[in-house]
Write a protein that binds this ligand. Sequence first.
Ligand SMILES: [Ca+2]
Ligand SMILES: [Ca+2]
Length: 232
Amino acid sequence: MNMNTWVENTKRNAWILAVGAALACPTLRAADAELAPMPLKLPIPAFMGTPTDIPLGDHIEKLSDKPRPPFMAPKGITNLAFKKKVSSSDKSPITGSLDLVTDGDKESNDNSFVELHRKTQWVQIDLGQEAKIYAVVLWHAHNTYQVYHDVVVQVADDPDFTSNVKTVYNNDYDNSSGLGVGTDKEYFETYEGRLMDAKGVEGRYVRCYSKGSTYSALNRYTEIEVWGLPAK
Ligand SMILES: [Ca+2]
Ligand SMILES: [Ca+2]
């Protein structure tokens, strides 16, 4: 092959690659187009500003002064947890009832949360079907500045969490709840709730653990949303 032929071949190969890339591109764009901002509705903020009396340790994420960016997720996903059955490690909550966790009210009112006893407690939602889960949004209580401890969110196929258990979030950095050391950050409760990227994990049951907060040893749950699609 002389030099000119080699140059021609190289040019032709480059052209073939360019055409190939152009043909592949619409496929990529189609995949992107199926994503849309998740239509999350936020409650009214109970307070604004920066807390002064909670020391920021290495484990606590700094409170952002900007709104959370929209979460991009597959078009058509819904809150599968809405009005679904809730169970708990605490059989007799101090105030409120477990149905408050999925009733759609996420305001910061005193009658909007269920309050569970001290130590590690959990609430669990039965989605009623296997689902592909893209986000869990969790509001403990956002009426005052506080950071909840040992926030662990798991998904499983069975209500006893023995089958196909997957951890979506774990900020129990010192393993004080015994579910394993978590590497996620502790965070301030706000009206935005905590949005956890579940990355399309599949399961029917969602369990959220906590072990009190910087404000109280008790465990409050205002609302949990589980955004996804039926798995089948
Ligand atoms: Ca609620
Ligand atoms: Ca801990």
